[in-house]
Design a binder for this molecule. Structure first.
Ligand code: SF4
Length: 163
């Protein structure tokens, strides 16, 4: 059996770069730290270095996404293609291997506290649904909204409506 020491040798949670490297060499089977939950999806906690992502060519300049991948798995989802960045496929793995930015709220709080932050509009949930079911466990979206509110930063949030 092939071993993938990269994730296990780290004292910290892996970054997205670590994830991509591990998956490139061993597929998602290499994500042995990913926790399988009752919904059969696997959840891999990751460390994010930044919470706010600068974007161009959009009506907003900043995006914020606590999760990557989405268990709703809508077939038309434009965000599927983003999973390829992590060397995963845009099909089943988009809906069954979810990356969780466990430190997102702390990082976001630090970013919002910077004197250089000018409180521009933040688009929340542009890559995946911030209220997919796992949010009930991690509450990252809840914490991020609290941080944005404390930081007097305007935001717009995109989520899936109830069926
Ligand atoms: S709920 Fe939104 S992010 Fe999730 S799969 Fe559907 S369209 Fe994509």
């Amino acid at each position: 059996m092939t071993s993938f020491p990269l994730l296990f040798d780290l004292a910290r949670k892996p970054t997205t770069r670590d994830i991509a490297k591990a998956v490139r060499h061993g597929g998602t089977a290499a994500l042995t730290e990913a926790e399988r939950r009752a919904d059969q999806a696997r959840y891999q906690e990751i460390t994010c270095r930044s919470a706010l992502n600068r974007v161009e060519g959009m009506p907003f300049n900043w995006t914020l996404n606590p999760y990557r991948g989405c268990t709703h798995g809508c077939h038309y989802c434009f965000a599927r293609r983003y999973h390829v960045q992590f060397e995963m496929n845009a099909g089943d793995e988009f809906a069954s291997v979810i990356l969780v930015k466990h430190n997102l709220v702390d990082v976001l709080t630090r970013e919002l506290d910077k004197p250089s932050w000018t409180r521009e509009l933040v688009a929340f949930g542009t890559a995946t649904d911030p209220y997919q079911p796992i949010e009930g466990h991690y509450k990252l979206s809840r914490g991020a909204i609290q941080a944005l509110t404390r930081g007097r930063t305007p935001f717009g949030l995109i989520t899936r409506r109830a069926r």
